[in-house]
Design a protein around this ligand. Structure first.
Ligand code: PRX
Length: 669
């Protein structure tokens, strides 16, 4: 049966106890959230501490219509609070001091396990907040973080939040160049990192990468004054300890060991009261021009939205154990490893390792070990693990699971069904959560006790979110149909601007269709009103859930002295979802050989990060361009999949080139 027709009702045992227990109930709350957003979210706000309460009249102020003036979105402006206070002090005061906030599971199963209670987490955060203050960090300063999945990572983030510093986390899989570019853009004052991290058998020497990045920032004309380093590599299992060979590079007067700095610090630190609209953090995401965009989130709205989506979408109840496998370096980790779970006093697992080490059953063994009830991962991981069949799954008891989440890219029905049958044993709800760095939290998602599921459909909007489909002319598509996915009103967790570039914010998200926030994704609405995300409508691609722009990869490729021009398109990939297929035009009289291919792959890996490595590099004596010089990417996408249905090519300057490119496809492609 086609996925669109098959419907899986939530397990009645889940519905019975769920916060939202039926589709009718969802619809009722949803309507309320649209009819009166201020009233709806002010009810949510009551559970939190406000040093200065919100003025109900000014609970929500916004302009979404660029033709009426500048875009702005303000929730609870004038109210003051501190998000760290709400996540930690409030929970400790409410009796959760002895509850575990995080279990830490190392890369190797024999690594020592660590657990941090809410009380201990609060103390550690306060001590590190005092470290930051001693190093001159104040409200509004930017602090870059480049760390592995260790407990010091949320501690560092929350310490920033406590004193009003803006954290800017860079995923530790990014290259030194990418880190430098991001630290330069936000003019970071301080960098927090670790000596290294473990990935399976291998240590990754992060501090050495930071040193390269810090030098590059200097070259760009900005100096990051301090670097605080967690000593992590040597505290894990002795067998791996033997493998740590490298000296950690060190610059006196700039570099400080975390543990030495923490030694004499007070475990208390008075929180900085922040305006609801003061910045909380920024996080870079790829932009279609190639330059990353510093997405800025603010305090109160993000708190309300992270807390509510976490609670309702995962149906988190006291006593549950939640595990999100995403790295904190991505938005999923920000909202659903740190802010959302802690705002609800939840107990979570943080995992340093990979799904494949020491065996392909590692995820299932961790679920079993901690008796995980909610598990949240990416389709690419599911597809990679499906390949090993049911064997590794059956070795473990997964019966505690209730909700299974998916995020980052469309989940194909085959992967959905495998997840549902073999991991969830047909008892769990699957929440296919569609959202973006920019949206701050889930915007289209099923709710576990309420939404009948269709494999591959993100289904319905979350509270406060109003999705609309538009055609190319900006006309709304009602009922069944496919178009640009836009939102017509703000929800509390959405981004407020791009750091230091409000104009780019307005251009990117609000100019194509005045009156709407434009996601950059396409979507289809079926006869039952379910939404199906169809993928990016711009020049972005999604490799294993990592969003990147074709322009960003092209600019690296064309830096090679033997390359005249390049064009990158995405091609479907069975595990990664999409992969990079690159067309390269070498300079006149330059050969296209194996060395060039491996040099180019290496350059992309080094300049952007290993996850961006191209799968295919093809020789292109020319590129299919219109007479005005625009590359026709849809033709290249067809060549990449060897589909001769290229459509109309009559506007090409040289139609012959298409045939030539088909003939040039490498054998392995
Ligand atoms: O194309 C959509 C895809 O990932 C993009 C956002 O990427 P990023 O900002 O890195 O955030 C990823 C984690 C939230 C979206 O524009 N995407 C994300 N989730 C889904 C998805 N596509 C389809 N289905 C999803 N559930």
């Amino acid at each position: 049966m086609p996925a669109e027709k098959s419907i899986y009702d939530p397990n009645p045992a889940i519905s019975q106890n769920a916060y939202i227990s039926s589709f009718e109930e969802y619809k009722k709350f949803y309507q309320e959230s649209l009819d009166n957003p201020a009233e709806f979210w002010s009810r949510v706000a009551k559970q939190f501490h406000w040093e200065t309460p919100a003025d109900q009249e000014k609970f929500l102020q916004y302009n979404f219509n660029i033709s009426k003036g500048p875009i702005y979105i303000k929730w609870m402006e004038g109210a003051s609070t501190n998000i760290c206070y709400n996540l930690l002090d409030r929970n400790v005061r409410n009796g959760l001091g002895d509850q575990i906030a995080y279990y830490w599971e190392g890369n190797h199963p024999d690594d020592y396990s660590r657990g941090l209670t809410y009380r201990k987490l609060l103390e550690e955060v306060c001590r590190f907040a005092n470290v930051l203050k001693d190093h001159g960090i104040r409200k509004g300063d930017r602090v870059s973080i480049y760390m592995p999945m260790i407990l010091e990572l949320p501690i560092a983030m929350l310490a920033c939040a406590r004193i009003g510093a803006v954290h800017s986390i860079v995923f530790a899989g990014f290259s030194p160049d990418s880190l430098a570019e991001r630290m330069f853009d936000c003019k970071a004052k301080l960098l927090i990192t670790a000596d290294g991290a473990w990935r399976g058998e291998k240590p990754l020497y992060l501090k050495a990468l930071c040193d390269t990045a810090l030098e590059k920032v200097e070259e760009l004309g900005h100096s990051v004054e301090k670097c605080i380093v967690v000593s992590h590599l040597k505290r894990v299992t002795p067998c791996q300890d033997n493998h740590v060979e490298e000296e950690i590079p060190w610059t006196d007067d700039r570099d400080y060991w975390w543990h030495e700095e923490m030694e004499d610090k007070e475990p208390a630190c008075y929180p900085e009261w922040m305006d609801a609209e003061d910045p909380l953090f920024m996080l870079y995401t790829s932009g279609s021009t190639g330059k990353p965009k510093g997405v800025l989130h603010t305090t109160a709205g993000y708190l309300l939205y992270a807390a509510t989506t976490f609670k309702i979408v995962f149906d988190y109840k006291p006593g549950d154990i939640y595990w999100c496998t995403a790295d904190v370096g991505w938005i999923t980790g920000h909202t659903y490893v740190v802010y959302g779970p802690l705002a609800n006093g939840a107990t979570s697992v943080i995992f340093e390792g990979t799904p494949f080490f020491p065996g392909n059953d590692r995820y299932w063994s961790v679920i079993d070990k901690y008796k995980v009830t909610q598990f949240y991962t990416a389709p690419t991981a599911i597809r990679a693990l499906m390949k090993f069949g049911e064997g590794p799954v059956l070795k473990h008891n997964l019966s505690g699971l209730k909700v299974l989440g998916s995020v980052g890219e469309p989940i194909n029905p085959e992967a959905w069904l495998w997840y549902y049958r073999y991991i969830g044993k047909e008892q769990c709800s699957i929440v296919d959560t569609f959202w973006q760095t920019e949206t701050g939290g889930h915007v289209i998602t099923p709710l576990p006790g309420a939404t009948p599921m269709k494999p591959g459909s993100a289904s319905f909007p979350f509270f406060g979110v109003k999705p609309i489909l538009l055609d190319e002319c900006g006309i709304e598509i009602k009922g069944e149909g496919e178009g640009y996915l836009v939102f017509s009103q703000p929800w509390p967790g959405m981004m407020r601007t791009l750091y230091n570039n409000h104009e780019r914010f307005e251009d990117t998200y609000f100019s194509k269709f005045p009156g709407y926030y434009c996601t950059g994704d396409g979507a289809r609405r079926d006869a039952d009103d379910y939404l199906w995300i169809t993928g990016r409508v711009d020049d972005m691609l999604n490799v294993s859930g990592h969003l990147m722009s074709t322009a960003e990869v092209e600019s690296v490729l064309t830096e090679h002295p033997r390359v005249a021009e390049s064009a990158v398109v995405s091609r479907p990939h069975p595990v990664k979802g999409e992969c990079l297929y690159c067309f390269i035009t070498p300079n006149e009289n330059e050969p296209f050989d194996q060395k060039l291919i491996s040099d180019l792959k290496k350059m992309v890996r080094e300049r952007i990060g290993p996850f961006a490595q191209p799968d295919v590099i093809q020789n292109a004596p020319g590129l299919p361009k219109t007479r005005s010089g625009k590359i026709m990417r849809r033709v290249l996408r067809k060549i990449a999949v060897n589909d001769r249905n290229v459509g109309d090519t009559s506007t090409l300057a040289d139609e012959q080139i298409v045939e030539q490119l088909f003939a040039n496809r490498p054998v392995e492609a």
